[in-house]
Design a protein around this ligand. Structure first.
Ligand SMILES: *Cc1c(COP(=O)(O)O)cnc(C)c1O
Length: 402
Protein backbone atom coordinates (compact mmCIF):
# COMPACT_ATOMS: atom_id res chain seq x y z
CA UNK A 1 0.00 0.00 0.00
CA UNK A 2 2.99 2.23 0.53
CA UNK A 3 3.09 3.15 -3.12
CA UNK A 4 -0.50 4.33 -3.28
CA UNK A 5 0.57 7.84 -2.40
CA UNK A 6 -1.84 10.77 -2.40
CA UNK A 7 -0.20 12.00 -5.63
CA UNK A 8 -0.83 8.69 -7.31
CA UNK A 9 -4.39 8.51 -6.06
CA UNK A 10 -5.04 12.05 -7.23
CA UNK A 11 -5.53 10.71 -10.76
CA UNK A 12 -8.98 9.55 -9.70
CA UNK A 13 -10.09 13.02 -8.70
CA UNK A 14 -12.53 14.92 -10.85
CA UNK A 15 -12.97 12.19 -13.46
CA UNK A 16 -14.30 13.63 -16.68
CA UNK A 17 -15.48 12.25 -19.98
CA UNK A 18 -14.62 14.16 -23.12
CA UNK A 19 -17.03 12.40 -25.46
CA UNK A 20 -20.00 13.02 -23.20
CA UNK A 21 -19.69 16.80 -23.55
CA UNK A 22 -22.58 18.76 -24.85
CA UNK A 23 -22.21 19.94 -28.41
CA UNK A 24 -20.04 17.03 -29.53
CA UNK A 25 -21.49 14.63 -32.08
CA UNK A 26 -20.45 11.08 -31.22
CA UNK A 27 -20.71 8.58 -34.08
CA UNK A 28 -19.30 5.61 -32.17
CA UNK A 29 -21.44 2.65 -33.25
CA UNK A 30 -21.72 1.12 -29.79
CA UNK A 31 -22.61 4.36 -28.03
CA UNK A 32 -25.57 5.90 -29.85
CA UNK A 33 -28.33 3.77 -28.35
CA UNK A 34 -26.97 3.94 -24.82
CA UNK A 35 -27.16 7.68 -24.26
CA UNK A 36 -29.18 8.20 -21.08
CA UNK A 37 -32.49 9.99 -21.02
CA UNK A 38 -32.78 12.84 -18.49
CA UNK A 39 -34.97 10.50 -16.42
CA UNK A 40 -32.25 7.85 -16.39
CA UNK A 41 -29.62 10.40 -15.42
CA UNK A 42 -31.69 11.35 -12.40
CA UNK A 43 -32.26 7.68 -11.51
CA UNK A 44 -28.52 7.09 -11.72
CA UNK A 45 -27.94 9.57 -8.90
CA UNK A 46 -30.96 8.48 -6.90
CA UNK A 47 -29.93 4.81 -7.00
CA UNK A 48 -26.17 5.29 -7.09
CA UNK A 49 -25.47 3.58 -3.77
CA UNK A 50 -24.52 -0.11 -3.86
CA UNK A 51 -27.49 -2.45 -3.55
CA UNK A 52 -29.90 0.46 -3.86
CA UNK A 53 -32.85 -1.43 -5.35
CA UNK A 54 -32.84 -3.96 -2.51
CA UNK A 55 -34.50 -1.82 0.20
CA UNK A 56 -37.80 -3.67 -0.13
CA UNK A 57 -36.67 -7.11 -1.16
CA UNK A 58 -39.31 -9.59 0.07
CA UNK A 59 -37.70 -11.43 3.00
CA UNK A 60 -39.35 -14.80 2.41
CA UNK A 61 -38.74 -15.02 -1.30
CA UNK A 62 -35.80 -12.72 -1.82
CA UNK A 63 -35.20 -12.24 -5.50
CA UNK A 64 -34.56 -9.25 -7.77
CA UNK A 65 -37.58 -9.84 -10.00
CA UNK A 66 -39.93 -9.93 -7.00
CA UNK A 67 -39.14 -6.47 -5.66
CA UNK A 68 -42.06 -4.07 -5.97
CA UNK A 69 -40.49 -0.86 -4.63
CA UNK A 70 -39.12 0.24 -7.07
CA UNK A 71 -41.36 -1.73 -9.46
CA UNK A 72 -38.90 -4.39 -10.65
CA UNK A 73 -41.45 -7.20 -10.76
CA UNK A 74 -43.73 -5.11 -12.95
CA UNK A 75 -40.79 -4.03 -15.09
CA UNK A 76 -39.83 -7.63 -15.94
CA UNK A 77 -43.41 -8.25 -17.04
CA UNK A 78 -43.50 -5.08 -19.10
CA UNK A 79 -40.20 -6.03 -20.73
CA UNK A 80 -41.57 -9.42 -21.75
CA UNK A 81 -44.69 -7.79 -23.15
CA UNK A 82 -42.66 -5.21 -25.06
CA UNK A 83 -40.63 -7.97 -26.73
CA UNK A 84 -43.69 -10.21 -27.23
CA UNK A 85 -42.27 -13.08 -25.19
CA UNK A 86 -43.35 -14.86 -22.05
CA UNK A 87 -40.75 -14.07 -19.41
CA UNK A 88 -37.97 -11.51 -19.10
CA UNK A 89 -35.04 -10.99 -16.77
CA UNK A 90 -32.42 -8.31 -16.56
CA UNK A 91 -28.88 -9.68 -16.67
CA UNK A 92 -25.56 -7.91 -16.68
CA UNK A 93 -24.88 -7.92 -20.41
CA UNK A 94 -26.11 -9.36 -23.67
CA UNK A 95 -23.16 -11.77 -23.63
CA UNK A 96 -24.22 -13.09 -20.25
CA UNK A 97 -27.64 -13.81 -21.73
CA UNK A 98 -25.98 -15.82 -24.49
CA UNK A 99 -23.86 -17.74 -22.03
CA UNK A 100 -26.93 -18.51 -19.92
CA UNK A 101 -28.82 -19.72 -22.99
CA UNK A 102 -25.97 -21.88 -24.31
CA UNK A 103 -25.17 -23.41 -20.95
CA UNK A 104 -28.77 -24.19 -20.07
CA UNK A 105 -30.00 -25.41 -23.47
CA UNK A 106 -26.88 -27.31 -24.59
CA UNK A 107 -24.56 -29.76 -22.89
CA UNK A 108 -20.77 -29.58 -23.10
CA UNK A 109 -19.63 -30.97 -26.45
CA UNK A 110 -22.92 -30.18 -28.22
CA UNK A 111 -22.98 -28.12 -31.41
CA UNK A 112 -24.55 -24.70 -31.65
CA UNK A 113 -24.98 -22.88 -34.95
CA UNK A 114 -24.14 -19.18 -35.28
CA UNK A 115 -23.84 -16.74 -38.18
CA UNK A 116 -20.35 -15.82 -39.33
CA UNK A 117 -21.11 -12.17 -38.48
CA UNK A 118 -21.72 -12.95 -34.81
CA UNK A 119 -20.20 -10.73 -32.15
CA UNK A 120 -16.97 -12.03 -30.62
CA UNK A 121 -18.76 -12.47 -27.30
CA UNK A 122 -20.97 -15.11 -28.93
CA UNK A 123 -17.89 -17.29 -29.46
CA UNK A 124 -16.66 -16.68 -25.93
CA UNK A 125 -20.07 -17.44 -24.45
CA UNK A 126 -20.06 -20.73 -26.39
CA UNK A 127 -16.51 -21.49 -25.30
CA UNK A 128 -17.30 -20.90 -21.64
CA UNK A 129 -20.39 -23.09 -22.00
CA UNK A 130 -18.10 -25.72 -23.59
CA UNK A 131 -20.12 -26.12 -26.73
CA UNK A 132 -18.82 -26.34 -30.28
CA UNK A 133 -19.62 -23.60 -32.76
CA UNK A 134 -20.64 -24.24 -36.35
CA UNK A 135 -20.68 -21.09 -38.45
CA UNK A 136 -23.10 -20.16 -41.18
CA UNK A 137 -21.10 -18.36 -43.87
CA UNK A 138 -22.18 -15.01 -45.27
CA UNK A 139 -22.31 -14.12 -48.95
CA UNK A 140 -19.01 -12.17 -48.93
CA UNK A 141 -18.34 -8.66 -50.21
CA UNK A 142 -19.84 -6.21 -50.77
CA UNK A 143 -23.14 -7.14 -49.07
CA UNK A 144 -22.17 -9.88 -46.59
CA UNK A 145 -25.69 -11.26 -46.41
CA UNK A 146 -26.80 -14.15 -44.25
CA UNK A 147 -29.38 -16.43 -45.86
CA UNK A 148 -31.91 -18.84 -44.36
CA UNK A 149 -30.79 -21.43 -46.93
CA UNK A 150 -27.24 -21.29 -45.58
CA UNK A 151 -28.65 -21.81 -42.08
CA UNK A 152 -30.58 -24.82 -43.34
CA UNK A 153 -27.44 -26.33 -44.86
CA UNK A 154 -25.33 -25.94 -41.73
CA UNK A 155 -28.10 -27.33 -39.53
CA UNK A 156 -28.34 -30.30 -41.87
CA UNK A 157 -24.58 -30.81 -41.78
CA UNK A 158 -24.61 -30.85 -37.97
CA UNK A 159 -27.37 -33.42 -38.11
CA UNK A 160 -25.33 -35.63 -40.48
CA UNK A 161 -22.13 -35.27 -38.46
CA UNK A 162 -23.54 -35.75 -34.97
CA UNK A 163 -26.72 -37.69 -35.57
CA UNK A 164 -28.88 -34.93 -34.11
CA UNK A 165 -29.80 -31.33 -34.73
CA UNK A 166 -27.81 -28.51 -33.12
CA UNK A 167 -28.77 -27.78 -29.52
CA UNK A 168 -29.21 -24.06 -30.15
CA UNK A 169 -29.27 -21.92 -33.28
CA UNK A 170 -28.17 -18.32 -32.81
CA UNK A 171 -28.75 -15.49 -35.26
CA UNK A 172 -27.34 -11.99 -34.89
CA UNK A 173 -30.37 -9.85 -35.69
CA UNK A 174 -28.25 -6.91 -36.78
CA UNK A 175 -24.55 -7.63 -37.00
CA UNK A 176 -21.92 -5.33 -35.52
CA UNK A 177 -19.80 -5.13 -38.68
CA UNK A 178 -22.12 -4.04 -41.49
CA UNK A 179 -25.37 -3.33 -39.71
CA UNK A 180 -27.25 -5.83 -41.89
CA UNK A 181 -30.70 -6.88 -40.78
CA UNK A 182 -30.75 -10.68 -40.85
CA UNK A 183 -33.74 -12.78 -41.96
CA UNK A 184 -34.80 -13.67 -38.44
CA UNK A 185 -38.33 -14.75 -39.18
CA UNK A 186 -37.17 -17.28 -41.79
CA UNK A 187 -34.45 -18.71 -39.55
CA UNK A 188 -36.97 -18.81 -36.71
CA UNK A 189 -39.33 -20.83 -38.89
CA UNK A 190 -36.59 -23.28 -39.79
CA UNK A 191 -35.78 -23.76 -36.11
CA UNK A 192 -39.41 -24.32 -35.20
CA UNK A 193 -39.77 -26.95 -37.94
CA UNK A 194 -36.75 -28.80 -36.61
CA UNK A 195 -37.55 -28.32 -32.94
CA UNK A 196 -34.34 -26.43 -32.24
CA UNK A 197 -34.31 -23.51 -29.75
CA UNK A 198 -33.77 -20.25 -31.61
CA UNK A 199 -31.61 -17.63 -29.90
CA UNK A 200 -31.93 -14.18 -31.41
CA UNK A 201 -29.18 -11.72 -30.54
CA UNK A 202 -30.96 -8.39 -30.59
CA UNK A 203 -28.12 -6.31 -29.11
CA UNK A 204 -28.37 -3.80 -31.97
CA UNK A 205 -32.14 -3.98 -32.47
CA UNK A 206 -34.27 -4.39 -29.34
CA UNK A 207 -34.59 -1.00 -27.70
CA UNK A 208 -34.03 1.02 -30.86
CA UNK A 209 -36.36 -0.62 -33.38
CA UNK A 210 -39.56 -2.63 -33.03
CA UNK A 211 -38.78 -6.27 -32.24
CA UNK A 212 -41.51 -8.87 -31.94
CA UNK A 213 -39.90 -11.97 -30.48
CA UNK A 214 -42.97 -14.09 -31.07
CA UNK A 215 -43.35 -13.15 -34.73
CA UNK A 216 -39.66 -13.79 -35.31
CA UNK A 217 -39.95 -17.17 -33.64
CA UNK A 218 -37.37 -16.46 -30.94
CA UNK A 219 -37.24 -18.86 -28.02
CA UNK A 220 -34.56 -16.73 -26.43
CA UNK A 221 -33.97 -13.06 -27.17
CA UNK A 222 -30.95 -11.30 -25.72
CA UNK A 223 -30.35 -7.58 -25.74
CA UNK A 224 -27.95 -5.00 -24.37
CA UNK A 225 -29.20 -2.19 -22.13
CA UNK A 226 -26.05 -0.10 -22.47
CA UNK A 227 -26.03 -0.50 -26.24
CA UNK A 228 -29.67 -0.02 -27.16
CA UNK A 229 -31.91 0.86 -24.22
CA UNK A 230 -30.60 4.24 -23.04
CA UNK A 231 -29.18 2.60 -19.93
CA UNK A 232 -25.87 2.52 -18.07
CA UNK A 233 -23.56 -0.48 -18.26
CA UNK A 234 -23.83 -3.20 -17.35
CA UNK A 235 -27.36 -4.20 -18.27
CA UNK A 236 -28.62 -6.97 -20.49
CA UNK A 237 -32.02 -8.32 -21.43
CA UNK A 238 -32.87 -12.00 -21.41
CA UNK A 239 -36.37 -12.68 -22.73
CA UNK A 240 -37.75 -16.18 -23.09
CA UNK A 241 -40.56 -17.98 -24.85
CA UNK A 242 -42.72 -20.39 -22.90
CA UNK A 243 -41.03 -23.44 -24.42
CA UNK A 244 -37.62 -22.81 -22.85
CA UNK A 245 -38.28 -20.51 -19.89
CA UNK A 246 -38.32 -23.28 -17.32
CA UNK A 247 -35.11 -24.84 -18.57
CA UNK A 248 -33.24 -21.56 -18.70
CA UNK A 249 -34.52 -20.27 -15.37
CA UNK A 250 -34.14 -23.56 -13.53
CA UNK A 251 -34.18 -23.07 -9.74
CA UNK A 252 -31.40 -24.11 -7.46
CA UNK A 253 -31.28 -27.71 -6.28
CA UNK A 254 -28.07 -27.32 -4.35
CA UNK A 255 -27.92 -28.32 -0.72
CA UNK A 256 -25.10 -27.68 1.73
CA UNK A 257 -23.82 -31.09 2.80
CA UNK A 258 -23.19 -30.00 6.37
CA UNK A 259 -25.60 -27.15 6.92
CA UNK A 260 -28.39 -28.57 4.83
CA UNK A 261 -29.04 -25.07 3.51
CA UNK A 262 -30.87 -24.81 0.21
CA UNK A 263 -32.08 -22.00 -2.03
CA UNK A 264 -35.02 -23.33 -4.02
CA UNK A 265 -36.31 -19.84 -4.91
CA UNK A 266 -33.11 -18.75 -6.62
CA UNK A 267 -32.62 -19.03 -10.36
CA UNK A 268 -29.31 -20.81 -10.77
CA UNK A 269 -28.12 -19.38 -14.09
CA UNK A 270 -28.64 -15.86 -12.72
CA UNK A 271 -26.61 -16.79 -9.62
CA UNK A 272 -29.59 -15.55 -7.66
CA UNK A 273 -29.62 -11.86 -8.50
CA UNK A 274 -27.98 -9.86 -11.27
CA UNK A 275 -28.10 -6.05 -11.51
CA UNK A 276 -28.88 -4.73 -8.05
CA UNK A 277 -28.53 -1.00 -8.38
CA UNK A 278 -28.02 2.07 -10.52
CA UNK A 279 -27.75 0.47 -13.99
CA UNK A 280 -31.08 -1.29 -13.54
CA UNK A 281 -32.64 1.96 -12.33
CA UNK A 282 -31.48 3.69 -15.54
CA UNK A 283 -32.91 0.89 -17.67
CA UNK A 284 -36.29 1.27 -15.99
CA UNK A 285 -36.27 5.05 -16.01
CA UNK A 286 -35.61 5.07 -19.77
CA UNK A 287 -38.16 2.37 -20.55
CA UNK A 288 -41.15 4.67 -21.27
CA UNK A 289 -38.94 6.62 -23.68
CA UNK A 290 -37.70 3.41 -25.32
CA UNK A 291 -41.26 2.16 -25.84
CA UNK A 292 -41.97 5.41 -27.70
CA UNK A 293 -38.72 5.77 -29.59
CA UNK A 294 -38.91 2.47 -31.45
CA UNK A 295 -41.88 3.92 -33.32
CA UNK A 296 -39.55 6.47 -34.91
CA UNK A 297 -37.29 3.83 -36.44
CA UNK A 298 -38.13 4.49 -40.08
CA UNK A 299 -37.09 8.11 -39.77
CA UNK A 300 -33.81 6.97 -38.21
CA UNK A 301 -33.14 4.78 -41.25
CA UNK A 302 -33.99 7.66 -43.60
CA UNK A 303 -31.30 9.75 -41.92
CA UNK A 304 -28.78 6.95 -42.36
CA UNK A 305 -29.61 6.54 -46.04
CA UNK A 306 -29.20 10.26 -46.55
CA UNK A 307 -25.75 10.23 -44.94
CA UNK A 308 -24.71 7.19 -47.01
CA UNK A 309 -25.82 8.93 -50.19
CA UNK A 310 -23.73 11.98 -49.28
CA UNK A 311 -20.63 9.97 -48.30
CA UNK A 312 -20.79 8.02 -51.55
CA UNK A 313 -20.33 11.29 -53.42
CA UNK A 314 -16.71 11.17 -52.25
CA UNK A 315 -14.26 9.63 -54.71
CA UNK A 316 -13.53 5.96 -53.94
CA UNK A 317 -16.04 5.77 -51.11
CA UNK A 318 -18.87 3.30 -50.65
CA UNK A 319 -21.06 1.77 -48.03
CA UNK A 320 -20.49 -1.92 -47.38
CA UNK A 321 -23.24 -4.32 -46.37
CA UNK A 322 -26.78 -4.60 -47.67
CA UNK A 323 -28.30 -1.87 -49.80
CA UNK A 324 -30.40 0.01 -49.13
CA UNK A 325 -29.62 0.27 -45.43
CA UNK A 326 -32.21 -1.00 -42.94
CA UNK A 327 -30.22 -0.05 -39.84
CA UNK A 328 -28.32 2.97 -38.58
CA UNK A 329 -24.94 1.23 -38.19
CA UNK A 330 -22.84 1.74 -41.29
CA UNK A 331 -19.50 0.44 -42.46
CA UNK A 332 -17.79 2.76 -44.91
CA UNK A 333 -15.01 1.74 -47.26
CA UNK A 334 -12.95 4.65 -48.54
CA UNK A 335 -10.06 4.07 -50.87
CA UNK A 336 -10.05 7.86 -51.21
CA UNK A 337 -9.38 8.69 -47.57
CA UNK A 338 -6.99 5.74 -47.43
CA UNK A 339 -4.93 7.20 -50.28
CA UNK A 340 -4.72 10.53 -48.45
CA UNK A 341 -3.62 8.77 -45.26
CA UNK A 342 -0.60 7.21 -46.96
CA UNK A 343 0.84 10.61 -47.85
CA UNK A 344 -0.34 12.48 -44.79
CA UNK A 345 2.07 13.47 -42.03
CA UNK A 346 -0.52 12.28 -39.49
CA UNK A 347 -1.18 9.07 -41.43
CA UNK A 348 -4.65 7.67 -40.80
CA UNK A 349 -5.18 9.96 -37.84
CA UNK A 350 -5.88 12.97 -40.05
CA UNK A 351 -9.50 11.90 -40.54
CA UNK A 352 -10.22 11.56 -36.83
CA UNK A 353 -8.43 14.83 -36.11
CA UNK A 354 -10.16 16.87 -38.77
CA UNK A 355 -13.54 15.54 -37.71
CA UNK A 356 -12.68 16.33 -34.08
CA UNK A 357 -11.93 19.93 -35.06
CA UNK A 358 -15.48 20.07 -36.36
CA UNK A 359 -16.96 18.67 -33.16
CA UNK A 360 -17.40 15.13 -34.44
CA UNK A 361 -15.95 12.12 -32.61
CA UNK A 362 -16.45 8.38 -32.57
CA UNK A 363 -14.72 7.32 -35.78
CA UNK A 364 -11.89 5.14 -34.56
CA UNK A 365 -8.67 7.19 -34.60
CA UNK A 366 -6.31 5.98 -37.32
CA UNK A 367 -8.88 4.30 -39.55
CA UNK A 368 -9.61 5.53 -43.05
CA UNK A 369 -10.02 2.59 -45.41
CA UNK A 370 -12.76 0.92 -43.40
CA UNK A 371 -14.55 2.61 -40.56
CA UNK A 372 -17.91 2.34 -38.87
CA UNK A 373 -20.38 4.90 -37.65
CA UNK A 374 -23.87 4.97 -36.25
CA UNK A 375 -26.36 7.78 -36.81
CA UNK A 376 -28.98 6.57 -34.34
CA UNK A 377 -30.69 9.43 -32.54
CA UNK A 378 -28.89 12.24 -34.35
CA UNK A 379 -31.02 15.18 -35.40
CA UNK A 380 -31.28 16.00 -39.09
CA UNK A 381 -29.14 19.11 -38.61
CA UNK A 382 -26.45 16.98 -36.98
CA UNK A 383 -26.60 14.46 -39.82
CA UNK A 384 -26.17 17.31 -42.28
CA UNK A 385 -23.23 18.68 -40.34
CA UNK A 386 -21.60 15.24 -40.38
CA UNK A 387 -22.16 14.89 -44.13
CA UNK A 388 -20.82 18.38 -44.86
CA UNK A 389 -17.78 17.78 -42.67
CA UNK A 390 -16.81 14.61 -44.51
CA UNK A 391 -17.28 16.31 -47.89
CA UNK A 392 -15.25 19.31 -46.76
CA UNK A 393 -12.38 17.14 -45.54
CA UNK A 394 -12.46 15.18 -48.79
CA UNK A 395 -12.31 18.35 -50.92
CA UNK A 396 -9.56 19.84 -48.77
CA UNK A 397 -7.37 16.88 -49.60
CA UNK A 398 -8.15 16.94 -53.30
CA UNK A 399 -10.65 14.10 -53.50
CA UNK A 400 -13.34 14.54 -56.09
CA UNK A 401 -16.87 15.07 -54.82
CA UNK A 402 -19.54 14.43 -57.41
C1 LIG B 1 -22.45 -5.03 -28.68
C2 LIG B 1 -22.87 -6.40 -28.99
C3 LIG B 1 -22.82 -7.39 -28.00
C4 LIG B 1 -22.29 -7.13 -26.62
O1 LIG B 1 -23.29 -6.65 -25.77
P1 LIG B 1 -22.98 -6.63 -24.20
O2 LIG B 1 -24.26 -6.18 -23.59
O3 LIG B 1 -21.87 -5.64 -23.99
O4 LIG B 1 -22.59 -8.01 -23.83
C5 LIG B 1 -23.25 -8.64 -28.32
N1 LIG B 1 -23.70 -8.94 -29.54
C6 LIG B 1 -23.78 -8.02 -30.51
C7 LIG B 1 -24.32 -8.39 -31.85
C8 LIG B 1 -23.35 -6.73 -30.27
O5 LIG B 1 -23.40 -5.84 -31.26
Amino acid sequence: MGNLTPERLSRYRGLEREFGREGLINLNPIQRGGILTPEARRALLEFGDGYSVCDWCPPRTPRLDRIKRPPLAEFMEDLAEFLHLEVARVVTRCREGKFIAFSSLASPGDCVVVDALAHYSTYLAAELARVKVREVPHSGPPEFRISPEAYGEVMERVRRETGRPPSVVLLTHVDPFYGNLAPAEEVGKLCREQGVPFLLNAAYTAGVMPVDGKKLGADVLVGSGHKSWAASAPTGILALGGGVAERVLRRSEMKGDVSGRSFPEKETALLGCTVMGAPLATLMASFPHVVERVKGWEEEVRKTRYLVKELERIEGTRQLGEKPKRHTLVQVESEGFYRISREHRRRGFFLYEELRERGIVGIQPGLTRHFKLNTYGLKWEEIKLVAESFLEIARRHGLAVT
